[in-house]
Design a protein around this ligand. Structure first.
Ligand code: CAA
Length: 283
């Protein structure tokens, strides 16, 4: 099946990056959110990131302008639903995601493929509450979306071959690479990455190192581009905690228990870069 129109629900950190790469690859994008301020910020950020690509000669000014012209930002979720492929990119809370798929339902076209950019929640469970579990797939981008090469594609138990292949063709057109993952808690990347971040928080909690030494150790000692605490701030501490809870609940193994210090930071509203305070202070 040929995909030309993409609906994205959620204009946050991931939604705006997905809109950016989809528009640049020539897709017509409808970006929807419940908050006009979030939409305005997303469009401004897409413009800024496209400008950065122009200034580094990755794309031309014409490509930037035509990508921007292909993005429609709207408060009307119906417009995002009436597309060939919908990507839900809202906050990592299962109840919110179910509600979004319910709101989309009356507006979908018969052939619309539904996907979620969830970083950890069961695709099979999300799909089972829609009218088309066979046309439902996990479509998981990495942050920052315009830079990271990988997309995880996660088949739910009912996902059909045609849906998987149509989404694989989209990944190819984006110039990205897909890794196929089975539908188990947090899939591949976050099953490995987020427990590592959680362990770094334990290392801080137990006083093995301070924030600087922990990040320095992993940057210079393991060649990671960012230290784990810096990366946690970048991903969002609320998202890291949500993923640990999915692993802990879904795999019922105490090795996935979230570090109490991570929980405390989230309870304080210190969520990392997005709130200007996390393990580092961005104020
Ligand atoms: N849009 C477009 N381009 C961007 C960008 C954005 N948002 N952010 C960075 N870039 C580009 C820069 O322009 C630069 O391009 P050039 O190579 O042409 O110079 C390049 O990316 C590198 O950026 P910087 O020079 O500004 O900074 P850096 O070298 O420190 O790299 C980074 C920044 C790419 C974020 C790097 O630190 C990195 O790879 N960090 C790890 C990121 C990571 O692990 N992401 C996965 C998170 S987990 C996840 O996403 C899954 C989940 O579900 C939680």
């Amino acid at each position: 099946m040929d995909i030309s129109t993409i609906g994205i629900v959620g204009a946050g950190q991931m939604g705006n990056g997905i809109a950016h790469v989809m528009a640049l690859a020539g897709y017509s994008v409808t970006l929807s959110d419940v908050d006009q301020d979030a939409l305005d910020k997303a469009v401004a950020l897409i413009e800024k990131n496209l400008d950065r690509q122009v200034s580094r000669e990755k794309i031309s000014a014409e490509e930037r302008d035509s990508a921007l012209s292909r993005i429609t930002a709207t408060l009307d979720i119906a417009k995002a639903g009436a597309t060939d492929l919908v990507i839900e990119a809202a906050t990592e809370q299962e109840a919110v995601k179910h509600k979004i798929f319910e709101s989309l339902a009356p507006h979908l076209l018969p052939h619309t493929i539904l996907t979620s950019n969830t970083s950890s929640i069961s695709i099979t469970r999300l799909a089972s509450r829609t009218d088309r579990p066979e046309k439902f797939l996990g479509f998981h981008f990495m942050n920052p979306v315009p830079v990271m090469q990988l997309v995880e594609l996660i088949r739910g138990i009912a996902t059909d071959k045609e849906t998987y292949e149509a989404c694989m063709a989209v990944v190819d057109r984006l110039g990205k690479t897909a890794a196929s993952a089975e539908d188990f808690p947090a899939f591949i990347v976050n099953r490995i990455l987020v427990p590592m971040i959680n362990e770094a928080v334990y290392t801080l909690y137990e006083g093995v190192g301070n924030v600087r030494s922990i990040d320095l150790a992993m940057k210079l000692g393991a060649n990671h581009p960012m230290g784990p605490l810096e990366l946690a701030d970048f991903i969002g501490l609320d998202t890291c905690l949500a993923i640990m809870n999915v692993l802990h609940d879904g795999l019922a193994d105490t090795k996935y228990r979230p570090c109490p210090l991570l929980t405390k930071y989230v309870e304080a509203g210190w969520l990392g870069r997005k709130t200007k305070r996390g393990f580092y202070d961005y104020r």
